[in-house]
Design a protein around this ligand. Structure first.
Ligand code: PEP
Ligand code: MG
Length: 538
């Protein structure tokens, strides 16, 4: 049995699909003749085009027209006469086909990365995909297409990036297993958003599990059983059926308002990372979006999403929520959220470093592009702006000033902008300790218990040796939460919670007692949270 951290509830029973990060090493390939290498190159280009064409066709059917268009673009690029002739020249000079592909693609990537034009810069990731795909074909390495795994698959990888999870079809995926990550890592957040059972932090999972192994993944306990006998499978199937029944029973809470046992109205919102996550929040009866983690839009790509692209994402969410509240958190990067193209300096202590609001205030053009996109999208719904990792009044003042400037610039250009409330995340001890002062400057608070717990307890949440201290029920964490809620109440501003604590059965009674207004949780926890609230007095 393997053991990790269960981060997304449910049991998955299925067949392992192991995604290995194969080294694209061609040092053993021997150059025979230019003709031979050119023939290998041509054959690889043909295979690449056929394979890409097939994936694009499948995507088109599944309504992913945009992604299909990107893949058609890849086919055009690999046929680009300049690119082809450059590769052939490399071969004539004695390079094997693999080296020709790598050298030429790298040159193109460097060229595009240095260009001012946003769209051209975005090409870098396209060329990287083409290069890696071509190398895999030439080296005969089978790659797993996450969008095409068969039903009943259990995906096993070192880590799942947002772009990997974005491609998978959740109806075909029984469970997810990864070697890294914890309860609050992005792969966990995405798994919960999609309702897929997941176990993370399983050491050497990609080695211990082989492709085709039959697996049981228990997202509650973090246990993974390989090649279980029929009796064990039957036991887990029964558990799965019971879990499905429990979920079914919760459906009655979908159309109900969130009310405590003694009749006090509350709200359960959903957390999202991508515009498409809105669907599951709505399906699960979420009354709003309490946290849109916008950094997901910036991850797994070669350059920053343009203002236009961001506007598209924010307005899509605003429209989908149809007048219900959507809290958009401004870029929360740094710490464990790396974005290579933003070239954040390597830091000794990234969690205490140049991250989130600190980084944005020091990169005003980047920050303004995001703020403008949000302000423009405000015309399409009920948006609020939320600032991450606030530790001082000055940060709120500076951000508000920048928001006012953006608003003014947009209005001068004749763009409709609504009044957008500006709130803060209380996720540092600093913000909690001066929450009386900050409550006078923010339109709302949202408590981020994932970071708050770590910072209050001085615990690195990834370090197993001190994991016992990373507990939301530790008295100092509770005191920070209580203080924050009470100061918000005193100032008369709404206060919510968007960290994992909002769905914690042990904490909810206390949150109700202290007066928390809004509980923002992952889509799969919305109904359970509403049920727990309905059983408690406020
Ligand atoms: C938090 O810190 O509680 C939070 C919601 O933000 P994130 O998990 O994205 O850091
Ligand atoms: Mg946080």
């Amino acid at each position: 049995m393997l053991k990790g951290t269960g981060v997304s509830d449910g049991c998955g029973i299925g067949t392992a699909v192991v995604i290995k990060e194969e080294a694209l090493d061609y040092s053993a390939v021997i150059y025979t003749s230019a003709d031979e290498e050119k023939a290998r190159l041509n054959a690889a280009v043909n295979t690449f085009c056929k394979k890409t064409e097939n994936i694009a066709a499948a995507l088109e059917k599944n309504a992913g027209e945009k992604e299909a268009a990107i893949l058609h673009g890849h086919i055009e690029m690999i046929h680009d006469p300049f690119m082809v002739s450059q590769m052939q020249e490399q071969i004539d000079a004695g390079a094997v086909a693999e080296a020709a592909v790598e050298t030429v693609c790298n040159t193109f990537m460097e060229m595009f990365a240095g260009v001012q034009d946003e769209l051209t810069r975005q090409r870098v990731s396209d060329i990287r995909d083409i290069r890696d795909d071509m190398l895999r074909i030439l080296l005969g390495i089978r790659s797993v297409d996450l969008g095409a795994v068969p039903p009943g698959s259990v995906l096993v990888a070192r880590d799942f990036t947002p772009s990997m999870t974005g491609r998978l079809k959740k109806e075909n995926v029984q469970a997810i297993v990864a070697e890294v990550g914890g309860m609050t890592s992005h792969s966990a957040i995405l798994a919960r958003a999609m309702g897929i059972p997941a176990v993370l932090s399983v050491p050497s999972a990609t080695q211990a599990i082989r492709d085709g192994d039959s697996l049981i993944v228990d997202g509650f306990t973090g246990e993974i059983l390989t090649d279980p006998d029929a009796q064990t499978v039957a036991g887990y199937r029964a558990r799965q059926a019971q879990w499905d029944q429990e979920k079914e029973a919760l459906l009655s809470f979908c159309r109900l308002p969130t009310v405590t046992a003694n009749g006090v109205q509350k709200a359960v919102y959903g957390n999202i990372g991508r515009p498409e996550d809105v669907q599951s929040v709505v399906q699960n009866g979420g009354e709003g979006i309490g946290l849109f983690r916008t950094e997901f839009l910036f991850m797994d790509r070669a350059s920053e999403p343009s203002e236009e692209e961001q506007f598209e994402a924010y307005s899509t969410v605003a429209k989908a929520m149809n007048g219900r509240e959507v809290i958009i958190r401004t870029l929360d990067i740094g710490g464990d959220k790396e974005i290579p193209y933003l070239s954040i300096e390597k830091e000794e202590n990234p969690f205490l470093g140049h991250r989130a609001i600190r980084y944005c205030l020091d990169h005003q053009e980047l920050f303004k592009r995001q703020l403008r996109a949000i302000l423009r999208a405000s015309a399409y719904g009920n948006l609020k702006i939320m600032l991450p990792l606030v530790t001082s009044a000055q940060e709120i003042e500076a951000a508000r000033q920048l928001i006012d400037t953006c608003k003014q610039e947009l209005q001068n250009a004749g763009v409709a902008v609504r009044a957008v409330p500006v709130g803060i995340m209380v996720e540092t001890p600093a913000a909690a300790l001066i929450s009386d002062e900050l409550a006078g400057m923010a339109d709302f608070f949202s408590i981020g218990t994932n970071d708050l717990t770590g910072y209050v307890m001085a615990v690195d949440r990834g370090n197993a040796a001190v994991a016992g201290l990373y507990d939301i029920m530790q008295p100092p964490v509770l005191r920070a939460i209580e203080m924050t809620i009470k100061n918000a109440k005193k100032a008369g501003i709404p206060v919510g919670m968007c960290g994992e604590g909002a769905a914690d059965e042990r904490l909810i009674p206390k949150l109700l007692e202290w007066g928390l207004d809004e509980f923002s949780v992952s889509a799969s926890s919305i109904l359970r949270t509403r049920k727990i609230i309905s059983e408690q007095n406020a």
